[in-house]
Design a protein around this ligand. Structure first.
Ligand code: 5GP
Ligand code: ZN
Length: 129
């Protein structure tokens, strides 16, 4: 999709802090994190949402997510992981993506409001260590 910001990121036309990528998926830091280490997992091919994404691609996204959960706890000191997938109303970017939001004891998140801004580069370095 020509006007899709995530397709542009996947093509390398817009930079991103990439945590992982293979032929099927890309994982990057969310530019506006809800908590430290907020990641987005997206298919490289453009699917709009949960209704049109290919089952095998969705499976790869889930497999990555299961591997990432203990890795995030270990590297960031988080104690949980919240998954969010917006479809239709509430979905700003119409290219399927799963939010991986590490959770920290005592820290609440509000998906509808603006966030505590984290030091994205610092967290990126921890994850890539
Ligand atoms: P949605 O509401 O569509 O589920 O969430 C879109 C997410 O994409 C938001 O959390 C937003 O911060 C993130 N986002 C929007 N534009 C960019 C971008 O250019 N780069 C990155 N890394 N994240 C983005
Ligand atoms: Zn796209």
């Amino acid at each position: 999709m020509n006007d899709c910001i995530f397709c542009k990121i996947i093509k390398g036309e817009i930079p991103s802090n990439t945590i992982y990528e293979d032929d099927t998926i890309k994982v990057m830091m969310d530019i506006n994190p809800k908590t430290n280490g907020h990641l987005l997992v997206l298919p490289k091919e453009h699917y709009e949402n949960l209704l049109d994404i290919d089952d095998n691609v969705l499976s790869k996204i889930i497999t990555y997510t299961r591997e990432a959960y203990p890795m995030l706890n270990e590297k960031l000191g988080s104690q949980g992981l919240t998954l969010v997938n917006n479809n239709g109303e509430g979905q700003d970017v119409k290219h399927f993506h799963l939010h991986l939001i590490p959770r920290y004891i005592g820290e609440k998140i509000d998906m509808e409001s603006s966030n505590n801004r984290s030091e994205i580069d610092e967290i990126y370095n921890k994850l890539m260590d």
